[in-house]
Design a protein. Structure first.
Length: 371
C-alpha cells in the first residue's frame, strides 16, 4: 500500500530555501547558561534554522543524566526570544507534547527509541491532532523501513504537514566503527517511496564520535538529503550526554565550511548528454544481469530435477563453500568489495534454493523438459 503521507514541499518550510536545512544544538539542555551561551554562538553562524536541545533524555542505563525536564523548555523559549532561532526538542509521550507546545516549541522530534513503538507514536500523534507544528520522525533503532514509514504515517494522519524524517542510523550488536550503522539504502528507499518527504541526516548519532561528522555529513549531502542535525555544545568534553560526538559552535562552523554542496541536476547540458549515454550503458548491463540470472536459475531448476530423481538433498554446503571462495577471489581481483560479493551471492544462492525447492515439491516425479 502506498504510504499515506502528505507533506508540504520542503521549499515551503521556513529555512528550507537554503540547503542544507540545519538543526544544531546540544544533545541535552543542562543549565540555563549552557543553553543560552551555545545558542548565541550558534545564532552567530547565521546558517542554522532550528536550535535543538533534549529536555527528556532516553538513556540506555538508569542513573545516567535523564534531562532537566520542563525548566529546559523555559530556556528554549528564552533562546527563541533572544536569538530568533526556531527551537526544537524530543518528545516521547503525550505529556511531553503538551508541555512543549505550552512553551511555544517550534519543532518536535520523535526519537529512535520511540518510533519503534506504534502505541507511543499513536499517543503522540493523537496529542498532535490539529496542531500546526513541525514534526520530524527519527528512524526506529532497528532497520525496518516499514516501521519508520508507519510512524510517519501516524503523524501525517494527525494533520501534520510540516513533516520530515531524520536518519540517525541503526543499532548493531557487533562493534562497528560508527556508533550506529548508517544502512544508507534505507533512507534512499524512503526517498523513493515518499519523494516529497524532507530527510535530515543526524551524523552525530550515526558516528558517536566527532571525527566522523564531516565524512557522514558530506555523504548525506551527496545523496541529496535536505538537511543535517548536528549536536553542538559550548564545552563538549564536559557534556552530560553524548560528549564524544558533540562539537563547539566554532568547530561546527569549520565543518560546514568544508562541506561541498553538489547540485542534483547538472547545469552544463553537455554533461547531461554524457550522463545519458553512460546511463544507457548501465541499463543494458542491468538487462544483461537479469537475463543471466534467469539462465542461472533455469540450470538450478534442472539440477533440482536430478536431485529429486536421485533423492539428494538440495543444500550441499561443500559445493556452496567452493562457489563463494571462487567468486570472492575473482570479484576482489576485479575491484569489487567483499561485502557486495557476499550479499549478492547469498541472495543468488537463496534464490537457487527456492527454485530447487519448487521443483522438488511439484507433483510430477520425472524430469521435465527444460526450455
Ligand atoms: C538525540 O537526538 O539526542 C537522541 C536521543 O537521538 P536518538 O533518538 O537518535 O538516539
Ligand atoms: Mn544525543
Amino acid at each position: 500500500m502506498a504510504p499515506e503521507i502528505k507533506t508540504k514541499m520542503a521549499k515551503d518550510w521556513k529555512g528550507f530555501n537554503k540547503r542544507p536545512f540545519l538543526i544544531a544544538g546540544p544533545c541535552s539542555a543542562e543549565t540555563e547558561q549552557q543553553v543560552m551561551e551555545t545558542a548565541k554562538q550558534i545564532a552567530e553562524l547565521d546558517q542554522v534554522t532550528v536550535y535543538r536541545a533534549g529536555i527528556w533524555k532516553p538513556r540506555t542505563r538508569p542513573h545516567s543524566f535523564e534531562g532537566v525536564g520542563v525548566d529546559g523548555l523555559k530556556w528554549l523559549r528564552e533562546v527563541k526570544q533572544e536569538t530568533g532561532l526556531m527551537v526544537g526538542t524530543e518528545v516521547a509521550n503525550e505529556k511531553h507534547v503538551y508541555e512543549a507546545l505550552k512553551y511555544g516549541i517550534d519543532m518536535l522530534w520523535i526519537g529512535a527509541r520511540t518510533s519503534v513503538n506504534p502505541f507511543t507514536v499513536q499517543e503522540i500523534s493523537d496529542a498532535l491532532n490539529g496542531v500546526d507544528v513541525m514534526v520530524l520522525v527519527k528512524n526506529p533503532i532497528n532497520p525496518d523501513l516499514d516501521l519508520w514509514i508507519g510512524a510517519i504515517e501516524r503523524v501525517a494522519r494527525a494533520g501534520i504537514t510540516r513533516l520530515g524524517a531524520i536518519h540517525r542510523g541503526f543499532s548493531a550488536y557487533e562493534k562497528t566503527v560508527y556508533r550506529n550503522q548508517p544502512n544508507w539504502q534505507i533512507p534512499i528507499e524512503l526517498r523513493r517511496r515518499v519523494p516529497d518527504l524532507p530527510i535530515i541526516c543526524d551524523p552525530s548519532h550515526i558516528s558517536g564520535a566527532r571525527e566522523y561528522l564531516h565524512e557522514i555529513s558530506q555523504k548525506a549531502m551527496d545523496l541529496n538529503f535536505d538537511g543535517l542535525m548536528i549536536e553542538s555544545h559550548i564545552n563538549p568534553d564536559k557534556a552530560l550526554s553524548d560528549s564524544a560526538q558533540q562539537v563547539t559552535p566554532n568547530d561546527l562552523k569549520e565543518l560546514l565550511s568544508r562541506l561541498i554542496l553538489r547540485s542534483p541536476v547538472p547545469s552544463d547540458p553537455r554533461l547531461l548528454d554524457i550522463l545519458g549515454e553512460l546511463r544507457q550503458q548501465i541499463d543494458v548491463f542491468d538487462d544483461t544481469l537479469i537475463d543471466i540470472l534467469e539462465k542461472r536459475m533455469k540450470i538450478a531448476e534442472t539440477i533440482g530435477q536430478y536431485k529429486k530423481e536421485n533423492n539428494i538433498t538440495i543444500l550441499q554446503t561443500t559445493r556452496w563453500d567452493e562457489i563463494i571462495k571462487k567468486v570472492m577471489v575473482n570479484g576482489q581481483a576485479k575491484g569489487l568489495s567483499k561485502e557486495m560479493i557476499d550479499t549478492i551471492f547469498k541472495a543468488i544462492h537463496q534464490e537457487s534454493i527456492n527454485h530447487q525447492i519448487k521443483v522438488m515439491n511439484d507433483g510430477s516425479s520425472g524430469r521435465s523438459e527444460t526450455k
